[in-house]
Structure formats: C-alpha cells, structure tokens
Write a protein that binds this ligand. Structure first.
Ligand code: CA
Length: 644
C-alpha cells in the first residue's frame, strides 16, 4: 500500500496534472500552488502546511482578449531575487529582500499568452500579470480583473469599507476614511455595496494572519480595492465609474509590454511579519532621481486645533514661534491662506519663518473638476500649466513642501494627477503630502519627494466627532497592523490640549492620556509629522511631554513588533541610531500588565512614561535587568513609552 502511494506521488502529478506549479519561500514555510482547473487558473497559499488561501482565481478581461477563462498552462520559469536597498523614510532603513520567483505562462482560447509572476519571500507573496505585445497590438485596456483571494470559512476580517463616490465634504469622497471593523464576519456585505479598501487584514483562525494589499500603482493603472466578498472570495475591483465626478474610465490602459500592479499577501502565524513587512517597497524602484536631498522632520500647524479662524498673519506667527521653540523644521500653513493672507502677505510670513529657522509647507486643493470643496487655493494643482507656474513661484519664495487635499478617487485619471504633481514638484524641490486621498501604494520608494498621505480616520476627526474620540485608542491599536503596515500615514496627531479647541475648555474633551498622545508620535510612522501641538502647550502641558516632543524623531532605522492584537492593544519599538523608543497603547477597558522581553534595553536604565489609574501621566527611571525583561502597566486609553 505504502509503496503504491510513493510510486503514485513520484509519477502521477507530472502527467495527470501537468498544469501544476509550486513555489515556496526560501525557508520553505510559505508555499504557493497553481493549478488550472476547467480553464481557470487558481493559486492557493499555505503557511507551515496550514491553509491561508484556498483556490483563488487569477485572470482579467481586456480589450485584446479574455484571460479569465479557457486558459491553459503553457510552462514555467523559476528564479531567485536577492535585493538590498536603503530607504530612509519607511519603517526600516536597510532592507534585504530574498524571494523565490515563479513565472507561469498561460494561454487563452485565442492562443494569446500572458505571464503571471509570483515572488515568495519568508512572509510575503507578491504577484502580477505581464502582458507582451501581440504582433501589431501595442496597447491594451484592462476592463476587469478576476483576481481574487479566497479565505477559509472560519476567517474573520479587519476591513474598511470603500466610501461611495462624490459624497462627504464638498463631494470629495472616497478618501479612505470609513475606519476599520475588527474581527468582522467573512464576506459580510457593506451598506453601500462598494467593497473594501486596501489593505485588508484577515485572521485565518489558528492557521495564521494575512494582510492583503497592492503596490507599484503608478500613472499606468488604476488603484484597486476588494469587491464585496462571496463564499470566502474577495476579488479585485476597479473604481466606481461615478468617482471623479464621473470623469475618466474605470479600467487601466497602458502600452505593451506592460504589467498590472503587484498584489501582495503578507502571511504569518503571528502578527510580527504583518507589522514589520516592507513588501510595499521591496517590489518597486524609484521612478526618478530626487532633484535634491529632501529633509524630513516635524511641523506645527494651527488649523487642527485653532481651525479656519487661525488663518491670519498673527496666529501663523504664533505657530512659527512654536515650531522654533520646539526645534521643529517646519510649519504647515493650511487652507484658505490664498484668501485670508494673499500672496504678498504669505511671502512676508515665509520670510518671518525663515528668520526663525523654520521652513514652510503650504496647503492646496487638488481640484479641478473632481470636487466642490470651497477651500482655496483651487485650480492651480490640476493642470500642468497652472501647476508649474505656481511651483516656480513657490520655489522662488523658498517653500519646501505642499499638502494637497481632496482627490477624487482611485481611477487611473487620478493616479496620473498624483504622479504628475509629484514629478513636477520634484523639479521645483518640493516635497508632497496628500490629504483626502487614496492609500499610497509603494510611493515612498517610487517618488523620492513623496512624504506622506492621510487615507485614514486622522486627527481632524478627533476634533470633529465624539464617536471618533471614543474610538481613538481602538483605532490607534489597528493602524500598526493594517493601514500603517503597508504605507506611511500622515495622521497629524499628538494633542496635548485637554479639550480639542482653541480655548482648551468646554467641549471636545480628549479621552486619552498625555502618554497615549506621545506614544502615537512613535506608533504612527510618517517621515514628516504635523503634530497637533498649540502654543499654550509650552506652558500648560507637563514639561516632560514637551521635552519628549522636542526630541522625537520622524525617521527610523528599524522596527520591532513586541506584542498586541489589532483593536485591543499594541506594543512596538522603533530605533533611530542608537536610541530605541518603545511605545504601547491600550484600547481595552482594563489595565494591562505585560511582561516584555526587550533585548535592546538589557542592562540599561530607561525613561518609563506611564499613567496612573486616573490617566495622570508621569515619567520615572526604570532599570531593565541583564536579560532585558521588563514589566509595564498600560491603563485603558493610556500609554507607555520606554526610551533609552
Ligand atoms: Ca481627511
């Protein structure tokens, strides 16, 4: 019996299933299998022998052929990827990416052959379609993808619904601001039938975790999302045609040979590989050289707490002085400066900032025809002619970066706008932050002057919404595992006001502690941080908090996930040079006592920032033993920071 089985294993697969191909990670733990079944190509994924993805379809329908059915397997090539690179504005500075590569060739009913390339590294799978020229056919339009991710029935989900088009403030949605539901049911329908944004986190029971996203989306494709799930299967969806005021197509158009973006699945039997993954950057290359060395850093901005009324010369001076007092590199002068200050007064303000060693980021509306958001300046970032004229002036007066808001969606039309803004801005030495925008997909590496994107329920919603204030800790405990795991996140946070308004009294009570707020400056990663400090905080907040905020870096050499569960609590550490910052926050209703193993603090005396039961924050010294063991207590809505 045994002998027959061995013989059948040795000889059968080759001729019974000639279409099968497999590839696994260099350490052998993460495995991917491919099989064409009744004309449809499928892939499946296992980690440590346990199922992560069941048979998941591959394919697309284009205007040069249907590659979703009647497909045959034509052959494969294998290769290895070993790539080291330095990227100074992501979670890890020195990255070594090692993967096994499998390229399969698939032919459709018209004898047209395409390739699918898979790369499998220790904890990441990436794949994309490669489409050649077909004779004289040198361009194509992808109309629809059938690419999917099929999870076992016992999987729970951490997903954020895609916003419906042309809704919200000034008809400016979708902007990736619906928030995530934790441990939701598999294939639970959404209210608006729009599906879910990338990234999506899936808890595959005891089998492990999977974070699904995409990277390498440039002007040559639309940004995709996950459509409504059915029977465990989530397929790749293209943007709703109504986005961008109905303008622009929903598919993707490019010259041949061409490729789809990389779709990525980060897999682990625990959450460490999810939090620490660099797959969004491993697969892409810079699309142009930086025109200069860009300097990252910290910024103040009046708008977040003092709001629209603070867009006047005197209040902006106060925030420049605050930036100067904090030793910050920048001030962000937000919306409405065009009307309330005008260009001449703005130039005066920029000169004043420079006299205080503070450089300037300036706000713009992205539109065009994509929204009705009334804040100006409008209509200067949407065409190349207007943009370059404006950027020439911006360079002349010494502006270092722009924050551009209110993009119209995920169509290729809008991806072109993002890329054109970035490319033009680089010519004028400007860094770019996007707000009211899509998820950046590998952009930190692709575009050297890209320094941040919102695409999250960010600090402004803490000011606007009681519900968001109540969920502040919950959301903070999601980001390191999901949104901020695949891209930088320009959150604009760290409030030290007790009440999130100018008078610091009466309404919009902050529910989290001071140390919680400081911890988010480390938890939330973005190379430019616009902190929500106000001038009053210099005297009204604990001195240790101000001292901490003066020194906290915005770029990191290394990340180390230590403990946590999405939506409940998180403990992670980041290193800048020889300095480690451990940051922890707690969204549970009970205090959390944790015994941690922190080899990087072994034998050291560290500053221990924590809260008492009433969320009064303080700092004291803590000696960590030679084994690196430490015990911390995180209060509900509170935080802990350890720092050498
Ligand atoms: Ca927003």
């Amino acid at each position: 019996m045994k002998k027959i089985l061995i013989i059948s294993l040795l000889f059968c697969p080759l001729w019974i299933y000639p279409q099968d191909a497999t590839v696994s990670s260099p350490d052998g733990k993460l495995g991917l299998s491919i099989a064409v079944k009744t004309g449809v190509p499928f892939y499946s994924v296992k980690y440590n022998g346990k199922t992560i993805l069941e048979d998941s379809p591959l394919g697309f329908i284009s205007n040069i052929g249907d590659f979703s059915k009647n497909m045959t397997f034509e052959g494969k090539n294998e290769g290895k990827i070993d790539k080291s690179y330095i990227q100074d504005k992501i979670k890890t500075k020195n990255v070594h990416y090692v993967a096994n590569e499998l390229t399969i060739r698939l032919k459709n009913a018209e004898n047209k052959e395409i390739e699918v390339v898979f790369r499998v590294s220790a904890n990441d799978i990436a794949f994309r379609y490669q489409i050649p020229r077909f004779g004289g056919t040198m361009s194509c339009v992808i109309e629809k993808e059938t690419t999917g991710f099929r999870f076992p029935s016992f999987t729970t989900t951490f997903l954020s619904t895609m916003m419906a088009p042309m809704g919200g403030w000034g008809r400016s949605t979708p902007s990736y601001e619906n928030g995530y539901e934790a441990d939701g049911a598999l294939c639970k329908p959404t209210r608006n039938n729009e599906g879910y944004v990338f990234p999506g986190l899936f808890h595959v029971g005891d089998n492990g975790w999977a974070l699904v996203s995409e990277t390498g989306v440039s002007s040559l494709y639309c940004a995709s999302h996950l459509k409504e799930g059915k029977e465990g299967l989530y397929t790749v969806g293209f943007p709703n045609m109504l986005q961008n005021n109905g303008f622009g197509s929903s598919g993707a158009s490019f010259g041949l040979p061409g490729t789809s973006p990389w779709r990525t699945i980060t897999v682990g039997d625990n959450l460490k590989p999810i939090v620490e993954t660099t797959i969004a950057y491993d697969l892409v290359e810079p699309l142009y050289e930086p025109s200069q060395e860009y300097r990252y850093g910290r910024s103040t901005w009046s708008w977040i707490v003092w709001q629209d009324a603070s867009m006047n010369y005197d209040d902006q001076v106060k925030f420049i002085d605050l930036a100067n007092a904090m030793g910050y590199e920048y001030i962000l002068i937000d919306a409405l400066w065009d009307v309330n200050l005008g260009k001449t007064k703005l130039e005066e303000l920029v000169n004043y900032a420079h006299s205080k060693n503070v450089d300037v980021f300036l706000w713009y509306n992205s539109n065009g025809g994509a929204n009705d958001a009334p804040q100006g300046p409008r209509d200067v970032m949407n065409t190349s002619v207007a943009r370059k004229k404006e950027m020439k002036w911006l360079k002349e007066i010494g502006i270092k970066g722009l924050k551009i808001d209110f993009f119209g969606g995920d169509k290729q039309e809008t991806m072109r706008l993002y890329e054109d803004i970035l490319s033009d801005a680089n010519d004028f030495g400007l860094m770019i932050i996007f707000h009211g925008c899509t998820l950046p997909r590998g952009w930190e590496r692709m575009y050297p002057n890209f320094v941040g994107a919102e695409a999250v329920v960010a600090s402004e919603n803490l000011v606007f919404s009681q519900q968001v204030r109540e969920q502040e800790a919950f959301n903070a405990c999601l980001h390191p595992f999901i949104r901020n795991a695949v891209a930088c996140m320009e959150f604009g946070g760290t409030f030290l006001n007790k009440y999130l308004n100018r008078s610091n009294s009466g309404r919009n009570l902050r529910l989290t502690s001071d140390v919680f707020q400081l911890a988010t400056a480390v938890l939330f990663q973005n190379p430019i941080q616009n902190f929500a400090l106000t001038p009053d905080n210099l005297t009204g907040s604990p001195a240790f908090a101000i001292e901490f905020m003066k020194k906290v870096p915005t770029v990191w050499d290394e990340i180390c996930f230590i403990d946590g569960y999405p939506g409940k609590y998180v403990v992670l550490a980041r290193r800048n040079g020889s300095q480690w910052y451990l940051a922890a926050v707690n969204a549970e209703s009970q205090a959390m006592k944790l015994k941690l193993n922190l080899p990087f603090f072994a034998g050291k005396t560290v500053d221990y920032y924590s809260d008492d039961k009433t969320l009064v924050s303080s700092v004291r010294q803590m000696k960590i033993n030679a084994k690196g063991e430490a015990e911390i207590i995180i209060q509900p809505n509170g935080g802990v920071i350890l720092k050498n």
